[in-house]
Write a protein that binds this ligand. Structure first.
Ligand code: HEM
Ligand SMILES: N[C@@H](CC(=O)c1ccccc1NC=O)C(=O)O
Length: 351
């Protein structure tokens, strides 16, 4: 029913389709109607709609960072920051949404639970695409054998292939890693006039100083953190699907000198990725607590161990934990080495 003057609310939003898509199995003939199955369906559909929006934003970010060069002062970078922030707002909402499901009691759920087998949220393709787009790899998943099942409780072959192909393409983690690696802050030409504080070694003068200042900041019990520092930033370890040493150095540098305006957007992008990880982990944890209340320690309809699997996934499915862990390596602002003039000029701090 279209209005002659243009669009009509219900048709523009295709409400006929959306609002005709709630069909509780327990309402069918021969079943005992379970009132809460309607809520169960609607809440999942609401989640999936928001997953769609999250993927839309992440795909934009992926496109920008796939370019050969991202101009640090361009609109693109600012749009990425803005849209990643939007993803965190949506995830905050999705965390909050668990409270609506909490109004369903375990006995209410039991009224229709057996009708759902072997379906489960495990099979949410969009949730897996969000994880894969960000950079979670199959082999890094908790009990990853579950993911290979394409029989009951597993993915349909098409979904399985799609998830794998996103995983195999460049993920946001990889793209951010390459973007950080491309930043030229430590080029020799910028550091000729640098006033080093400690006797030089084979290390870059900045990192030689930073390492010494960091070592001095450690308490006796923390001495071994210097070994971790070297592993994370110095030893050029083999990339294992996470951030390289070079990318980690740039990320730490951006965090340290974030008060310089030129680093603002880059800093916020890194910070927002950490926040996205936190919101996802927060959701996984809320879902896990809700599941324990709802089905105790029973096996999931999707045939995982249930709460045990979900608890492991909370711990193991962080994607940007290397970035979050940078806090271990910060030093007090007043102890930061003063940057050389050449670098400041090159970065456009003063024109
Ligand atoms: C009564 C409510 C719910 C219960 C009892 C429940 C239970 C479970 C269980 C037991 C699993 C593990 C897979 C299995 O073996 O079945 C699972 C996975 C999952 N569920 Fe739910 N769930 C509920 C609601 C939801 C809702 C509202 C969503 C929103 C989309 C959701 C999304 C997921 C996702 C994405 C997974 C995979 C998690 C991962 O692998 O990290 N679930 N759920
Ligand atoms: N896995 C849940 C059932 C369940 O929650 C579910 C079933 C079908 C479609 C979505 C579901 N939601 C999340 O896992 C259970 O074991 O009770």
């Amino acid at each position: 029913m279209k209005n002659d003057n243009g669009q009509y609310y219900p048709s523009y939003l295709q409400l006929e389709k959306i609002l005709d898509s709630q069909h509780p199995l327990s309402f069918e003939e021969g079943q005992a109607p379970a009132h809460d199955e309607m809520l169960f369906i609607i809440i999942h559909q609401a989640y999936e709609l928001w997953f769609k929006q999250i993927l839309f934003e992440l795909d934009f970010v992926k496109k920008v960072f796939s370019k050969e060069k991202v101009d640090d002062n361009s609109e693109d970078l600012n749009l990425c920051r803005h849209r990643l922030k939007r993803v965190t707002s949506i995830l905050a909402l999705l965390n909050q949404q668990v409270t609506v499901l909490d109004t369903m009691t375990p006995m209410d759920f039991l009224e229709f639970r057996n009708l759902l087998t072997p379906a489960s949220g495990f099979q949410s393709k969009q949730f897996r695409l969000i994880e894969a787009t960000l950079g979670l790899k199959m082999e890094k998943r908790h009990q990853h054998d579950y993911y290979k099942r394409t029989n009951e409780g597993g993915f349909a072959p098409n979904d399985f292939n799609e998830i794998n192909s996103i995983e195999a393409s460049r993920t946001i983690l990889q793209l951010i890693n390459q973007w950080l690696e491309r930043m030229p802050f430590f080029d020799e030409k910028f550091w000729k006039g640098y006033a080093a504080q400690y006797a030089s070694t084979e290390l870059h003068p900045f990192w030689n100083d930073y390492r010494a200042i960091y070592a001095n900041s450690l308490t006796e019990r923390e001495q071994h953190k210097l070994v971790d520092f070297d592993t994370q930033f110095i030893q050029e370890k083999q990339a294992d699907g996470s951030f390289s040493d070079a990318a980690m150095r740039t990320a730490l540098f951006i965090m340290l000198y974030r008060d310089f305006p030129v680093f603002q957007t880059s800093f916020q992008i890194l910070d927002t990725l950490i926040e996205i990880d936190h919101w996802l982990a927060g959701w996984r944890h809320k879902h896990y607590v809700m599941v324990r209340r709802m089905i105790g320690m029973r096996v999931g309809t999707g045939n995982t161990s249930g709460a045990g699997y979900l608890e492991g996934a909370v711990q193991q499915h962080y994607i940007f934990k290397d970035l979050a862990a940078l806090s271990t390596y910060l030093i007090e602002r007043r102890k930061l080495p003063k940057l050389p003039e050449e670098l400041i000029k090159a970065l456009g701090f003063i024109s």
